[in-house]
Design a protein around this ligand. Sequence first.
Ligand SMILES: [Cu+2]
Length: 425
Amino acid sequence: MWHGFCGVQERQWFNWETDAWDLIVGKSTPAALGTPDYFGVTPNYAYSPIIKKFVDRLPGVGPANANNLGQFIPIAVSDTTTYLGSDYYQIGLVNYTQKLHTQLPATQLRGYRDLSPSADGKAHYLGPLIIAQRDRPVRLKFTNMLPITGTVGTNLFLPVDTTIMGAGAGPLDDGGAPCDPMNTTCANYPQNRAVIHLHGGLTPWISDGTPHQWITPAGDPSPFKKGVSFQNVPDMPDPGDGSATYYYPNQQSSRLMFYHDHAYGMTRLNVYAGEAAGYLLTDTVEEALISSKVLPDLGGVYHYGIPLIIQDKTFVPESFLDTPLVNGTAYPYLNVTRKAFRFRILNACNDRFLNLQLYLADPASTKEVKMVPARPHVGYPANWREGRGRARSAPRGSGDGPDRHRRRFPAGAGGAPQHSDRLCL
Ligand SMILES: [Cu+2]
């Protein structure tokens, strides 16, 4: 997170040839979306194209908080009458496209659509967000609406490694007879399998969405219809082929979770493709903290804070996960005013721990933030990168912090803040 004026907007990367942090744009001066050249003169097609930073707003919650690309995270529409005492949701799985940055074409995605008649009928990346209350169950009917085997769009649009167990051949032949893939050619598991798992939820096993509880779309000709552990919720009507029911008791404290695919052999790919959405659990303790002003109340859909769902993606066919998305946009910004904000930060990366820090960006420099010289590490091996005196190693401490920050907000009459500022993510 770069906090402050987001003036310099190109990618920064450590260059092992020169032992320095380079702004890639300063090195190879490619056009927007050009091929980055991180290692001397050799093109590296495996890296995402150069994307201008901090030009798109953060997608917010609900259509009123859509960004300049029209992206937003919808709140799932709850049905409180079909199952009295429970919030009921109907969610489908579809292929769709969405623009994730101004300079990128629309990206092919596979994800969830709120099937409530009151929803807008569209899939939205990271949506629909389910807001649940402690001790009030959520019931879910999930329908796999992907194309059936043999039609366009059946297969995942990402490369699937069929040598991984559960992704290639299974124990049935094309006619559905038992088959031993160790000894003969059997049918492949289809790539339109899906299941929903509530990540972090205390969920009974029938509804846990384990790797062996996937389903294929209704009418799919594959001999593999559902995982061997598949169960519907006993006190809900059988939803039929292509659908599954889930019961989440919500008997745990408030937290931001997410629900995502968990299909055997392709969980990582399905989640990467977009099968993930937020699940915000609230409770009376949190409400008391908000009403007593211990936690800031930003009002409306941000009563429980602003979600920042961070993921790592690549926009080329190989996956180096070199581009962060926040709420579905690459390098977004958020206009903030001088008051306390509450962010609900979720690491939904495939491959990364996150070390989040706040820095004041330096509009006078060609770098995003000021950097300090590296200190040599006495006694380290000669080829140890840390000790080789590269030009800049870390953001300069004097460039961050509340003192510098405060100067950017001259007070108006009565000490009221006059200016807003950009939080670059
Ligand atoms: Cu998970």
